[in-house]
Design a binder for this molecule. Sequence first.
Ligand code: UGA
Length: 431
Amino acid sequence: MRLTIIGAGYVGLVTGTCFAELGNEVMCVDNDTRKIAQLKDGEMPIYEPALAELVEKNRQDGRLAFTSDIETGIKDSEVIFICVGTPSRDDGSADLSHVEKVSRVIAEHMDSYKLVVEKSTVPVETSDWIIKTINTFKKNGCEFDVASNPEFLREGSAVEDFMNPDRIVIGVGSKKAEELLKELYSPIETKIVVTDINGAEIIKHASNSFLATKISFINAVSNLCEKTGADINSVAEGIGLDSRINKHFLRAGAGFGGSCFPKDLKAFIHISEKLGYSFDLLKEVEKINSRQKDRIVNKIKDLLWNLPEKVVAVWGLAFKPDTDDIRSAPAIDIIRRLVKEGAKVKVFDPKAMEKAKKELAEDVTYCVDIYDAADSADCVILMTEWNEFKEIDWQRVLRVMRHPAVLDGRNIYDPEKLRQLGFKYSGMGRK
Ligand code: UGA
């Protein structure tokens, strides 16, 4: 099939590239001309495992192209995916102005039947607005359908998640839309859940909110563990082995960040409120997540007493491993608080240094590795559980630190081992 993907961000780029890999002819459109120029030159605007290779391969095979010319993109394809950003507004609602703009442009340029698919995460009933907008601005009698096909890609494993999903959700209002989307996904073996469009929109927000709830639940339990001396890692194992609960998303720590959970939770709470339901459970999920960061700052103070002039090394800046994304990353928030309180902060992350430099500028010292960061530090905080941070030379860390304190914000280290070596160890819900 010929497909157009509007918005070449994380979602659009992965979706477009993977559809090309499945044999489709894909045109990725973005109004960021610099990004398009970069992609045309074979440079990647983001780090995502396996993506660069797939982009290159499909570009060379002629199945994947990039353009800033949205008009051509719309005219060329029968199926158009909207993958533009839906950031949070100050009141927590999703800002749908990009979706509206794209819908209007599609209406103005469509010259034959189009299936317009929402891939961006949007609140329930957004499709009604897209339909109204297209009907208002279309210039001819061309028919169209709108469908919702939410993505469940995780940054860091987005390509793998696309190719091997747990399920594919399609929310449709016509048989034609259903058939087109089923055909498009036919090379992927998995269950396809077909719902109405509102159902698909709710599935996306509810899935992310449920996963965030699991994380806040385990973080809440980790408070109890801390007060009683129990270890949250073994408590989580004991809970997660129940197949009805399962072990995923039960890792206690600094809390969730990223471009999805914080934003989608807010948007789901907001749309629920608007529809007349106060989703108090999710409001508490947000509060627990925010308190995890307070907990970390308080723990640092417990380890170091006063912060002014203390040197704190932060290992990991990305909101999770295998990505360079620092959007809503707990590490960035915590660093800002430490700097504000007078601490000197040294940072290292295997992939997120460039993005961090734009965000934190001169406020921190950028280091070449974890040992460099730990050099002369009074405390090391592990904020992102990169694999390469798991097996390290602790003797070397001990030798270079000024005061050997470790705050394990993701509970990946062995407290006993570190204490035996001479470190003061503090975790999140464990002795
Ligand atoms: C999330 C969902 O997992 C995807 O299914 C979804 O498609 C995506 O949002 C989206 O809406 O686009 P992502 O934000 O990439 O994906 O990251 P996750 O792997 O879900 O992690 C989110 C945050 O939760 C990270 O900060 C991570 O450190 C934290 N987390 C995760 C925990 O603190 N504990 C856990 O047990 C799991």
